[in-house]
Design a binder for this molecule. Sequence first.
Ligand SMILES: Cc1cc2nc3c(=O)[nH]c(=O)nc-3n(C[C@H](O)[C@H](O)[C@H](O)COP(=O)(O)O)c2cc1C
Ligand SMILES: Nc1ncnc2c1ncn2[C@@H]1O[C@H](COP(=O)(O)OP(=O)(O)O)[C@@H](O)[C@H]1O
Length: 325
Amino acid sequence: MEVINITNLPPVNKEPLVLCLGQFDGLHRGHQYLLEQARQLLELDDTLAVWSFNLHPPVMKEEDKIGLSLLTPVAERRNLLVSYGVKKLYEGPSFIDPAEFSLETFVLEQAALLNVRQIVVGETFCVGNESASSVEMLQQLCNQIGTPVTVVPAIKYDGRAISSTTIREQVKAGQVGLANELLGRHYTIQGIVAHGNKIGRTLGFPTANLDHIDDYVEPSPGVYMGMTEIYDSKNDRMESWKCLISAGYRPTVGGKTYKVEAYLLDYSGDLYGQTISVSFVERLRGEIRFPSLDALIVQMHEDERKAREAFGMPTTRSVPVDSPL
Ligand SMILES: Cc1cc2nc3c(=O)[nH]c(=O)nc-3n(C[C@H](O)[C@H](O)[C@H](O)COP(=O)(O)O)c2cc1C
Ligand SMILES: Nc1ncnc2c1ncn2[C@@H]1O[C@H](COP(=O)(O)OP(=O)(O)O)[C@@H](O)[C@H]1O
């Protein structure tokens, strides 16, 4: 997929495009359906393209840390778009104030340079400062440059259109099971395994701590069942491990910052420096400030017992608790 970064005007494009518009955060079931419909509109020489507006405002993450709060930060969104057949991606700047966005400028000055044969948007398409749908305005503007607009109906869940905003709220509330339903896959955070306080191994629960995950929506502090994918470079394949995820502040050990860490069931080895993807399958409980490490250990074993039962795994570990690292 060709990625074109937009700061002002895009380079003139000759090949005819079927161009989908939106932010596509999460690539949820509604987005997937829209891309499917767009693929069906492709004629012989057409290229499937996406223009992502990136109007998502940055949020305060911690005292002095600012970041985005996304289901799929830039790299992950790109990978998913590729998997849905997108060949060209126009990425708008990330940090602009939504109020500064003008649909008129987009259609008449930017899209007009792209040889767009067809624009595709969802029925709830909404950009800039407008609270209502921007579809009608888009259609009027596209009329002026002679570009047809196809409006794809929204996919609904429980009678409501699936939206990235709803899913972000569900993840923040720890409702990952529901978020997964709407996403059409598990909510996943990809990061690089960093060194922590090295306490995990002494508790009998070594955990892979994820770094570089600031732009992700943070699941509510708690313990989750999940899956961890690791790239096995020796055999050029992905390995998948069932896991327990601890997300939160670790009050029992005096933690101050939000962390996501995974204990991989029946895994032993060194993960430092590796890129891993941790998927949230189901929430088990909230995070607790235990009065002692022993009390935490008892609860962790209970979490493991529950997860093993739910995963249909043997109740005892196939690698020793105190395996040398
Ligand atoms: C299954 C599991 C459940 C956990 N539950 C809690 C918890 O309820 N409260 C808490 O403060 N920390 C909890 N933790 C986080 C541990 O405190 C943390 O993994 C430990 O301090 C090791 O940190 P380290 O990786 O920096 O060595 C949990 C960790 C795991 C793996
Ligand atoms: N079953 C496992 N799950 C997660 N990490 C494991 C496991 N077995 C070994 N490890 C390794 O141990 C490290 C975690 O040990 P831990 O004592 O928690 O140290 P840290 O505080 O640096 O995370 C991981 O980064 C990984 O390299």
